[in-house]
Design a protein around this ligand. Structure first.
Ligand code: IFM
Length: 464
């Protein structure tokens, strides 16, 4: 039997986002965000027509869920602050009731011995800014920095770890290229502008944190997806992987950690007349305001090969430079259609160690979404999710090896401690240690994996 021991103080916990757990709950004056709007326009776009109305009902049920999370061994929890719950309009009017809700959540977390980690943006653009163009509009960037200041002013006395954006690449990628998120646009140039303004907004939020003299740490959460090419002997395949890495990993990793965009990414954007509108002073803000730490969301690798024929597309798409392929015999999480490749986590750690100054980082999301979990209910009504325990162990082994080899990882968070709503997939895939019955939100229940995670967290170790 092998024992995997983690260092004292290693963070064991979980993450969710405001929209995915709170429910719309507009009774405190929350304004609509893009998810509320999209659901109103097209409920059929959401799995089984389930929209953001109720989600896990955390807004009403947070005390119970927080207590249950602690019982699962969760000692730190990341959620996000909904911009549209805290700020009511484009004039920046602060909604005291929204602020009050987040104070109550933070206090409940602290009372239960859970460290809160707050994220300022998790895909939840308020409609009052979307109407102006969202992150295509420079004014939105200033408004985001102002929102960040309000949040630090209110909560930084209680919260020591902050995150500017969760998975910032998702907005340009899914909202402006691949038609999976609102506003469902396909335009490479607009995507590049949105990506640049989100990076600027993140850097300005870091700047504000330091200007206000907050004494904790501020980071960014990136969904780093290690990119592997089919044939490393083939230069065309290596180039394909290099380009995909530039678009989907380094577009935020380099400016956030090094303060600079990769020269080759800039060259590709120039070749495609897709360089965003920018000012020298903004680039200076990005240069000067790099993050204190990095959050890494890891689910699956990216497998690419060189293009066999040119992409036929009216607009500039990153896919001009590569094609996807699925290796034979790879293991898949069939519910999600995502490859399971645990070593990717180790490769990420080594890359951060060797190319990004070994900046402190933590796994901010990892997890296994499983469809139709009802089939695993035992006679007592508990989900027997041994597959989840195996999934986590397989990833932790590689993480442990990375740490033994000098990688500076300080924590591991699961997505998500309780079942949560997932964008257009709604409640299709379940991730939690705690099951949410969407017909009876008041009766969440533990899955088998909950007790296992509690033992890992209590002992700071697990055994094979
Ligand atoms: O639900 C999402 C989350 O919002 C961001 N990371 C991946 C999760 C699972 O798909």
């Amino acid at each position: 039997m092998k024992e995997y021991q983690f260092k004292e103080g290693f963070l064991w916990g979980g993450a969710c986002s405001a929209v995915q757990c709170e429910g719309r709950s507009p009774e405190d004056g929350k304004q609509d965000n893009i998810w509320d709007q999209w659901y109103r326009e097209d409920p059929g776009a959401f799995y089984q027509g389930v929209g953001p109305e109720v989600t896990s009902d955390f807004y009403h049920n947070y005390e119970q869920l927080i207590k249950m999370m602690r019982e699962c061994g969760i000692t730190s929890f990341r959620t996000s602050l909904q911009w549209a719950r805290i700020i009511s309009d484009r004039d920046g009017t602060v909604n005291r009731k929204g602020i009050g809700f987040y104070h109550r959540v933070i206090d409940a977390l602290l009372d239960n011995g859970i460290e809160p980690i707050l994220c300022l943006n998790h895909f939840d653009m308020p409609m009052y800014w979307m109407e102006k163009g969202g992150f295509e509009c420079r004014e939105t960037v200033d408004a985001f920095a102002a929102f960040a200041r309000v949040c630090y002013g209110e909560f930084s006395g209680k919260v020591r770890r902050w995150v500017t954006f969760n998975e910032p690449v998702i907005t340009p990628e899914q909202g402006y290229l691949y038609l999976h998120h609102y506003p469902l646009v396909q335009d490479g140039r607009r995507a590049a502008q949105v990506a640049y303004y989100i990076q600027l907004a993140s850097s300005m939020a870091v700047e504000a944190y330091r200007q206000m003299g907050c004494s904790g740490q501020i980071g960014i959460v990136l969904n780093l997806t290690p990119t592997y090419c089919r044939n490393p002997e083939d230069e065309r395949d290596r180039k394909a992987a290099y380009a995909a890495d530039l678009f989907f990993n380094r577009s935020f990793l380099d400016p956030s950690v090094k303060g600079e965009y990769p020269a080759d990414l800039v060259r590709i954007l120039e070749e495609n007349q897709a360089v965003p509108v920018h000012m020298e002073q903004e680039l200076e803000t990005i240069r000067r305001n790099t993050v204190d730490y990095l959050g890494v969301n890891y689910y699956h690798p990216r497998r690419v090969v060189h293009r066999s024929r040119p992409l036929e597309s009216g607009t500039f798409m990153p896919d001009r430079y590569f094609e996807y392929y699925t290796p034979e015999n790879c293991r898949m999480n069939k519910s999600r259609g995502w490859e399971i490749y645990e070593k990717g986590l180790y490769d990420i750690g080594v890359n951060i160690r060797d190319h990004y100054g070994n900046i402190p980082w933590m796994v901010t999301e990892n997890g296994m979404g499983v469809q139709d979990e009802e089939q695993f209910l035992n006679e007592e009504g508990m989900v027997e999710d041994g597959y989840r325990v195996e999934f986590i162990k397989d990833h932790l082994r590689w993480l442990h090896k990375a740490i033994e080899e000098g990688c500076n990882c300080f924590g591991y968070h699961m997505w998500c401690p309780f079942d949560s709503w997932s964008w257009s997939n709604a409640y299709k895939n379940r991730y939690g240690f705690i099951r949410i019955d969407i017909n009876d939100h008041a009766r969440p229940s533990f899955k088998r994996s909950a007790a296992w995670f509690r033992r890992v967290s209590d002992g700071n170790r697990f055994t094979d």
